[in-house]
Ligand binder design. Structure first.
Ligand SMILES: CCCCCCCCCCCCCCCCCCCCCCCC(=O)SCCNC(=O)CCNC(=O)[C@H](O)C(C)(C)COP(=O)(O)OP(=O)(O)OC[C@H]1O[C@@H](n2cnc3c(N)ncnc32)[C@H](O)[C@@H]1OP(=O)(O)O
Ligand SMILES: NC(=O)C1=CN([C@@H]2O[C@H](COP(=O)(O)OP(=O)(O)OC[C@H]3O[C@@H](n4cnc5c(N)ncnc54)[C@H](OP(=O)(O)O)[C@@H]3O)[C@@H](O)[C@H]2O)C=CC1
Length: 515
């Protein structure tokens, strides 16, 4: 019997960010392993013309939840969507709903965040800091609350090389930042943002660090824990391998490589690719929820959910395996054949960006114009290059995260819990994982049918022929222009032609003699 699964039975659980990538995998696992839980409250905002109910319906009817429906047929009754916007005061939750949450919640998993790297500081502070503070305030009014689990990121202290499972304070107090966001105008915030974020690369990592400080400062009598995952990738094993449904982190670049848009990337092949599968993060999160509530550690424990120190993989190995998988299982309607290289300095990066990214986009847009269609490739390529520039920081450095607390927790689990809530990244085979990841991108994110693979391969062959034809034509045009302008080129040309002529004459003569 699993003690962790048993613990969540009969519980009322509040999840923020349940409609996000990690939140969905968390909900799925909870329903599948503890189908007798009382209720999962999720804070959801209406979005993209969908009501709350439509959003929940869409999630529960997705492929991810297929297994859940077998073990928990009444899952629709056990999920209670509460209309909320974490950017608003009191999250814009109705009095009645608030009362219900305060009275019944046993456990909180706080996953909601803005994960955009380019978010305006005001918005990032609002969601990643102020909302966390408000949620802690709410939590302190919950009489039954047993644990509050905050999801942060392993990169909240990416300005350091070695990171321990402790909170590193930021120079300016979060309370001061929250206050100043209320009265400073956007122009001044823009001006002070670089000074505030200091040697962190973006507002995301900075505000996640502030969020951790808030958790520490507002802990009061709460039973808290912080989880810091590194780069969350597709699922490894559960509910099935390769599930992913958004383009964050490496996923977007895998798509871009498979579609042939991404042909070169400024990355350090030997740098550690600290990826962690979403199901490992979720298993650790649920184990931490149980441990925090049952064992009540004296201080707020921080758990690193990383792979680098236990089972390292690097970007070079990952890139090669991504491309090898696309050889076998290509994506449909690729723009060019999947073929990419790593570059390591600025000059070669600029060169390949011009030759492999911008030039083909301009030529393709010219072709679209000629055929009376709207050009779009240059715009798309510019966005890809902007995305690449934002991710570069993370693929050209390595970090060391200590994992004492995570390993300590593993040792506290029963053999059954170690199996059901497995977060031992040492058991992961990277090549197999990356292949399943790429397959998952094709099936679950892009929703491509496996039956279309022969046609996709055919399409790649056509692209290869177009490529050869194009290169030959380009060479002939360049050569023609050159011999029109240069005597040396003309002499070389004359020499090659006369050499070929002599060779052919000799060949013809010798074959006539043999007859
Ligand atoms: C031999 C060697 C061969 C090499 C082969 C190469 C194979 C490739 C595999 C290897 C890849 C290595 C990749 C490493 C990536 C590392 C990422 C590390 C991140 C660590 C951070 C810490 C982890 C966290 O805590 S949080 C989660 C991470 N958060 C994110 O990832 C969010 C990042 N995204 C953003 O901030 C924004 O989307 C932004 C700023 C990048 C773009 O914003 P914009 O306003 O322009 O538009 P959007 O509407 O958001 O999107 C526009 C456009 O871009 C596409 N897109 C978005 N994200 C990505 C992405 N990660 N990769 C690629 N493309 C992306 C999106 O789909 C949109 O496309 P459209 O067609 O325009 O709709
Ligand atoms: N993905 C990764 O690589 C990593 C993620 N993390 C952390 O994990 C957590 C989850 O990330 P992930 O699932 O990837 O992120 P997603 O972007 O997929 O999900 C974010 C969630 O937050 C919700 N949210 C955002 N703004 C609001 C708002 N104003 N009101 C209510 N809900 C809101 C979103 O709701 P909606 O659907 O309405 O937009 C969504 O459910 C975050 O805390 C992140 O920092 C840490 C390390 C790596």
């Amino acid at each position: 019997m699993s003690m962790i699964a048993d613990f969540y039975g009969g519980k009322s659980i509040l999840i923020t960010g349940a409609t996000g990538f990690l939140g969905k995998v968390l909900m799925e696992k909870l329903f599948r392993t503890s189908p007798d839980l009382r209720v999962i409250y999720i804070l959801v905002r209406p979005k993209a013309g969908q009501t709350l109910q439509q959003r929940v319906f869409q999630i529960l009817n997705s492929k991810l939840f297929e297994k859940v429906k077998e073990v928990c047929p009444n899952v629709h009754e056990k999920i209670r969507a509460i209309s909320a916007d974490l950017n608003q005061n009191d999250f814009a939750i109705s009095m009645q709903d608030m009362q219900e949450l305060l009275s019944y919640t046993d456990i909180i998993f706080h996953c909601a965040a803005t994960v955009r790297f380019d978010d305006h500081l005001r918005h990032a502070v609002q969601l990643n800091v102020t909302a966390t503070q408000q949620l802690l305030l709410m939590a302190s009014q919950m009489p039954n609350l047993e644990a509050f689990i905050h999801i942060s990121t392993a990169f909240s202290n990416c300005n350091l090389k070695h990171i321990d499972e402790v909170i590193y304070p930021c120079p300016v107090e979060p309370k001061k930042i929250i206050d100043s966001m209320e009265w400073l105008d956007d122009a001044i915030i823009d001006e002070i943002t670089p000074k505030l974020i200091g040697d962190r690369p973006n507002t995301y990592t900075y505000t996640k660090a502030l969020g951790e400080m808030v958790v520490q400062q507002e802990s009061g009598k709460l039973n808290l824990a912080i989880i810091r995952p590194s780069i969350v990738g597709a699922t490894w094993q559960e509910p099935f391998p390769g599930w992913v449904d958004n383009v964050n982190g490496p996923t977007g670049l895998i798509v871009a490589a498979g579609k042939g848009f991404l042909r070169s990337i400024r990355a350090t092949p030997m740098a550690v690719a600290d990826l962690i599968p979403a199901d490992i993060v979720v298993n650790l999160t649920l184990a931490v929820g149980w441990y925090t509530a049952v064992h009540r550690p004296k201080s707020t424990l921080i758990y690193h959910c990383t792979s680098g120190n236990l089972n390292p993989c690097n970007w070079g190995k990952m890139g090669i395996q991504v491309l090898a998988t696309f050889e076998k299982i290509p994506l449909e309607r690729a723009f060019r054949r999947p073929k990419a290289d790593f570059t390591t300095n600025n000059v070669t990066t600029q060169y390949w960006n011009a030759v492999s990214h911008r030039a083909p986009a301009i030529i393709y847009d010219f072709y679209l114009r000629l055929t009376g269609r709207k050009p779009r490739m240059t715009k798309l390529m510019n966005r890809l290059l902007r995305t690449l520039s934002m991710l570069e920081y993370f693929i050209n450095r390595s970090w060391e995260w200590s994992t004492y607390n995570t390993e300590m927790l593993m040792s506290k689990l029963s053999p059954e819990d170690q199996r059901v809530f497995n977060f031992d990244v040492r058991q992961l085979n990277w090549l197999e994982y990356i292949e399943n990841y790429v397959l998952g991108v094709k099936k679950y994110l892009l929703k491509e049918d496996m039956a279309g693979i022969p046609e996709a391969k055919q399409h790649l062959k056509r692209l290869r022929n177009i490529h050869y034809l194009f290169n030959t034509a380009l060479f002939l045009i360049a050569w023609r222009l050159l011999i029109a302008r240069s005597q040396v080129a003309r002499n070389v040309w004359f020499f090659i032609v006369s050499f070929c002529y002599k060779f052919l004459s000799y060949f013809r003569a010798s074959s006539t003699l043999k007859v």
